[in-house]
Write a protein that binds this ligand. Structure first.
Ligand code: GRF
Length: 201
């Protein structure tokens, strides 16, 4: 069974969704290792609770390429074939992208290319958008800029606060991320320029 590596920096609710999908047999693979650049990330505890190797590495004071090469080494040591970003708050270096090109996924809480970067639900709310959502995309060298695999819209309600909107988007993230990971694990994603096409199993 193919192994995925999950990169996290915080709460880890998307990691939890991946853990649950793996346990239910619907992820199409297993989680081989979880890596965090934040020692206190609750995501590390979620992994440890279910016996997944969970490793902290401090990026502070280190060159991005050097740090990322260490992560690549750890991922390879654990036999990782697909990398999932789940609230990982660092841009990946070109060397990292190259090592796993076409095999890195991220989930983002907006309908990209609208509202990339941090606090996307708040950005959408402050902009007065009527519809936002969640996106799963392949990761390239840019910020939230890679080819889109899957999206789902979430309406912005008049009664929403940035927090209530973020919570509804998060529930969508948890639903759409694991199946997208499965498609990549099964080799069903074909990248045609910016377009990602889903092939037969
Ligand atoms: C999610 O909204 C994800 O889309 C974004 O960061 C948040 C991480 O949440 N990249 P969690 O750590 O998965 O709970």
């Amino acid at each position: 069974m193919k192994a995925i590596g999950v990169l996290v920096s915080g709460r880890g609710s998307n990691l939890q969704a991946l853990i649950e999908a793996a346990a239910a047999g619907t992820l199409g693979g297993r989680i081989g290792v979880v890596l965090s650049n934040v020692e206190s990330a609750p995501a590390l505890d979620r992994a440890r609770q279910v016996g997944i190797p969970a490793v902290f590495r401090d990026h502070r004071g280190r060159k991005r390429e050097d740090f990322d090469q260490e992560l690549v080494g750890l991922l390879e040591t654990h036999g990782v074939e697909v990398v999932c970003l789940a609230g990982y708050l660092r841009l990946l270096s070109p060397g990292f992208i190259q090592a796993f090109r076409g095999r890195i996924l991220n989930v983002h809480p907006s309908l990209l290319p609208a509202f990339p970067g941090l606090e996307a639900p708040r950005q959408a709310w402050e902009h007065g958008a009527k519809i936002t959502g969640a996106t799963v995309h392949l990761v390239d060298e840019g910020l939230d800029s890679g080819p889109i695999v899957r999206q789902e819209a979430v309406p912005v309600l008049d009664s929403d606060t940035p927090e209530t909107l973020a919570q509804r988007i998060l529930e969508v993230e948890h639903r759409i991320y694991p199946p997208a990971v499965r498609l990549l694990l099964e080799g069903r994603l074909r990248i045609d320029g910016r377009r990602v096409l889903v092939g037969a199993p």
